[in-house]
Design a protein around this ligand. Sequence first.
Ligand SMILES: Nc1nc2c(c(=O)[nH]1)N[C@H]1C(S)=C(S)[C@@H](COP(=O)(O)O)O[C@H]1N2
Ligand SMILES: [Mo]
Length: 502
Amino acid sequence: MQVFLVRYPGIPLSAVAVNTGFPAWLRLQHFLNLFFMAFIIRAGLQILADHPRLYWKRDCTPGTEWFRFQKAVPAGRVWTAKDDSVTLPAWLGIPGIRHSIGLARWWHFSLTLQWMINGIIFYILLFTTDQWLRLVPTTWEVIPNAASTAVQYLSLTFPADQSWLRYNSPQQITYFITVFVAAPTSILTGFMQSPAISNRLGWIGRAFNRQRARSIHFIALCWFLFYILAHVTLVFITGARVNLNMMFAGVNGGNWSGVLMFVTAMVLVAVTWWLASPFTLRHARRVQQIGAFLARPFNSVTQWWDPTSQLTEHDISPYFWPNGTMPASDEFDRLVEDGFAHYRLRIDGLVEKPAELSYAELKAMPKQEQITTHFCIQGWSGVARGGGVPMRHLLDAVKPTVDARYAVFYSLADGADGGRYYDVHSIANMRHELTILAYEMNGAPLSVLHGAPLRLRCENELGFKMVKWIAAIEFVHDFSDLGAGQGGYNEDHEFYGYRVPI
Ligand SMILES: Nc1nc2c(c(=O)[nH]1)N[C@H]1C(S)=C(S)[C@@H](COP(=O)(O)O)O[C@H]1N2
Ligand SMILES: [Mo]
């Protein structure tokens, strides 16, 4: 052991010293990173709580989850994904009330973008200075040296600290994993949960399906939480004043300036932490607007990916989570009773030829079938074969005028807070080859649970945009005068984005 410790003192003998200390940019970026991460993690947990189950397979069949913090799905009753959402305390989640994923996503995405920009600048500065030498192992000797450091810590004779010049091997390895593995993995697996991106990626999207991406995203979170715990503990037990001086004041010594700056930084984090949830609930619409503005780059990126259908019969899920607020009216019950014989789909607004189509007329139109994945904003997914009328045929039939820019879908059902469920889509999206009005699911007539008589399928969008139990389609120039003007029921009531298919 003695020989081993001399040979591997904890830092490879070949490790080159960093000559530039802890420059201001590094200290600022370290602070911004911890600040952004705190809120990204809180909002991420809120998002997770909206579907508190993790799976490896795309179908999300209850019982196949490898992790959950919710009871088993109850049998013998309809249990929707919204019923499944769990509450987090307001100090932990943002905004800390049940089923608040809409607002949590704005925090998560806006801050992720800032965090990514911070990270990219960090990478650049790291490699254009000598600071990369701190983080990147240049010899395999870091491994025995890490073992040596562990032995020294366990024997409670802490190794001499040389952090000003170079990190010891376990530090270097964990920092390297955090900066160069965990962070990019989180970003990649975040994007791969997007319907638009996942549907475009071909075999990669199939192999690394949304649930795998979501599970790995969570494992990366676990790494970050482990890292934060270990890092902060060690900062404090191995000479807090000296350590804080380096990373906060940029000085090598034992005065109090680093502690002072650290406390100031922590007060800033604590106050923001304290205010985040109440502010978000009080100014929800503002958070939605700022979020939509800040997350616009993500929105553009996801819209740029055009989905293709890439699945086969084998991929069809044995289970498909139901979601949403069921129709509860005599009018609807009567429609169901006679097998939708009296159902009429009204298409009007800015069209040359308004139409009223019966169920039989719709079924007589050209039919398209497609096997696609459904991506609910809450995190679950499912694959089904949808069959129905392509929207492009309906567009050709009713001929939207040149003024028409959007198609509004009205449901026969109300939304969760009362008032008609509706959603708005661009005409371009309606012309997409995978946009259909489905009346079949997996070869059988669509069930009432899943939207009979008609539900929209639009494969580059999240589930909430696919209105079920469609009553009418109206073509409009502008949607600001509909509902709260946000482009749909969940956009109005739950602060979802009109379009952020991520
Ligand atoms: N009318 C109406 N349509 C709706 C909803 C709703 O609440 N009301 N929920 C949406 C959401 S959030 C999802 S994920 C899908 C769920 O479709 P499914 O029940 O077939 O899984 O329907 C969408 N369409
Ligand atoms: Mo959803």
